[in-house]
Write a protein that binds this ligand. Structure first.
Ligand code: ZN
Length: 157
């Protein structure tokens, strides 16, 4: 287990497009494990490989206790919209309102390179869109409506 350094907004690597993953190597499996460790440590609900400095199309998401490893994720279908506050581990202490699809159907490959399709709404749909954006070098701050606002960590409230 290893915690990796999370790159912050302003770091050029967050603005680069990530490459497809043709096959899973032991090194990439280790990366995925480290991404989960890093995300849980930081109390986030999603993390994309470029956020730890790796330009590969890999994200991990866990919004409600169900982890999703998404390799080469692709959004197949979206429906309706939702607008809510959103944050990012690369933009600590801040949040902002972003409009996202209310429903998404996406495909990806898991940590065993098994193909799957996930249907999501609500927070999970939002997280999938946010993380897939990272793979294109897009940050939520690009899409924010109005100003970013400060968020107080729960243990300080
Ligand atoms: Zn993010």
């Amino acid at each position: 287990m290893a915690i990796r350094k999370i790159r912050q907004l302003g770091d050029e690597i967050l603005r680069k497009k990530c490459r497809e993953v043709p096959e899973l190597t032991p090194k990439l499996k280790e990366l995925i494990e480290d991404m989960y460790d890093t995300m849980y440590e930081a109390e986030g609900v999603g993390l994309a490989a470029p956020q730890v400095g790796i330009l590969k199309r890999i994200v991990v998401i866990d919004v409600d206790g169900t982890p999703y490893t998404m390799i080469n994720p692709r959004i197949l279908e979206t429906r309706d919209t939702q607008t809510a506050g959103e944050g990012c581990l690369s933009v600590p202490g801040k949040a902002g309102d972003v409009t996202r699809p209310a429903y998404v159907r996406a495909e990806a490959w898991d940590e065993n390179m098994e193909h799957y399709v996930v249907e999501a709404d609500g927070y999970l749909a939002r997280a999938i869109c946010h993380e897939v954006d990272h793979l294109e070098g897009i940050m939520y701050v690009d899409k924010v409506e109005g100003e970013l606002y400060d968020v107080v960590p729960e243990d300080e409230e």
